[in-house]
Design a protein around this ligand. Structure first.
Ligand code: HEC
Ligand code: HEC
Ligand code: HEC
Ligand code: HEC
Ligand code: HEC
Length: 217
């Protein structure tokens, strides 16, 4: 019996099963790929537990980003402030306003406000805030003009191409260090930007980091 059929036919059911699995996986992978946050991310604007507005606080009141995100120039991580920071002002300002009920409660109990994180990279990507902001890269490059938003919305793709576009030519993006937290700053002209950027690259020894291990370690 075994001589009538070549040996490989015994494996036919196996081949069928394997290719079936592969077909299913690739469809799943494709669906997964196009529906992962990477594609859905730009425009992502979750409802937040408190109607906190950057336009009010950063733009109108002129509070510096670092008053609330005080880790941003010291560590890889840019923290969201504790409610006690809000209460520095809101013990007096709008002190009985219902929009701040959760903030008062959180400051009292110590339970953090459950803010929904908007910008997030996959775990296999390494990132560091302080390296960027201490070398003249402004928040606006990656987060857009947050200072004019009432609610935070994901404005930049934060994809690999997006990161590499800047890493290839930092000179076009390095700004004077005292303008990093001024999201409305514009260079006088593209020529001046390139001239200053090229000088900053030399002075600060900034490299064009394109190696895979820069971001995937
Ligand atoms: C008075 C405090 C305060 C100030 C000042 C402030 N922020 Fe925020 N920021 C917050 C809080 C609270 C959140 C979380 C709630 C939200 O997303 O709106 C937040 C969220 C963010 C996020 C989104 C984080 C995420 O989930 O992805 C970015 C980006 C951001 N801030 C950038 C800035 C920049 C840039 C400045 C300066 C122009 C600034 N912030 C000034 C309090 C502040
Ligand atoms: C430096 C002072 C200061 C800090 C710190 C501060 N606020 Fe405010 N906040 C104000 C002022 C002033 C107003 C405007 C009051 C008015 O409209 O009369 C305001 C308004 C608000 C409002 C009403 C909505 C609006 O945009 O007018 C909310 C909600 C609010 N703040 C939440 C927060 C939260 C949450 C934090 C902490 C992450 C915070 N604030 C930190 C001063 C501050
Ligand atoms: C080079 C790009 C880049 C720059 C410049 C940048 N950020 Fe971010 N930021 C990111 C990325 C990417 C994430 C998501 C990080 C993660 O997944 O852990 C993020 C996350 C955040 C968060 C969310 C943290 C959390 O846990 O909810 C805040 C707040 C924030 N950034 C504030 C700022 C502020 C303020 C500045 C300027 C002083 C700034 N960022 C500059 C890329 C950048
Ligand atoms: C607008 C310009 C710009 C953008 C956008 C940008 N970077 Fe950078 N990045 C820089 C500069 C400038 C440096 C500093 C290079 C140096 O020191 O030689 C840097 C350095 C780094 C480093 C090195 C950190 C270290 O420990 O030395 C990492 C990792 C990194 N970037 C990751 C990212 C990722 C991930 C993204 C996208 C989410 C991103 N960058 C987007 C300009 C940018
Ligand atoms: C400046 C930072 C940076 C550098 C350098 C970099 N990557 Fe990435 N890479 C990213 C980011 C950010 C993502 C996540 C993209 C996303 O979520 O949209 C990513 C995603 C990936 C993915 C997953 C792709 C996907 O579609 O899911 C692979 C594979 C990858 N990178 C390989 C590489 C290789 C190979 C190199 C070197 C040639 C490299 N990366 C260099 C930032 C970088």
């Amino acid at each position: 019996m075994s001589d009538l059929f070549p040996k490989w036919t015994n494996r036919l059911p196996l081949y069928a099963a394997v290719s079936g699995v592969l077909a299913v996986t690739s469809v799943t992978a494709a669906v997964w790929y196009y529906f992962t946050p990477k594609y859905a991310r730009v425009g992502y604007q979750p409802l937040q537990p408190v109607t906190f507005s950057h336009a009010t606080h950063a733009d109108q009141l002129g509070i510096d980003c670092r008053y609330c995100h005080n880790g941003v120039e010291k560590s890889w991580f840019s923290n969201v402030p504790a409610s006690t920071v809000c209460m520095n002002c809101h013990v007096q300002v709008l002190k009985d306003d219902p929009r701040l009920a959760l903030v008062r409660e959180s400051a009292q109990s110590g339970r953090p406000i459950p803010w929904v994180q908007v910008h997030k990279l996959p775990d296999y990507v390494f990132f560091n805030h302080s390296v960027h902001v201490n070398r003249g890269i402004s928040c606006v490059a990656c987060h857009g003009q947050v200072n004019h938003e009432d609610e935070i919305r994901h404005l930049q793709p934060l994809s690999m191409t997006f990161c590499l576009d800047c890493h290839r030519q930092p000179a076009a993006n390095l700004r004077p260090p005292n303008q990093v937290y001024n999201l409305d700053w514009q260079p006088a002209s593209p020529e001046k930007q390139l001239a200053d950027g090229t000088r900053f690259m030399k002075e600060w020894k900034v490299e064009s980091l394109e190696n895979c291990t820069t971001c995937h370690r």
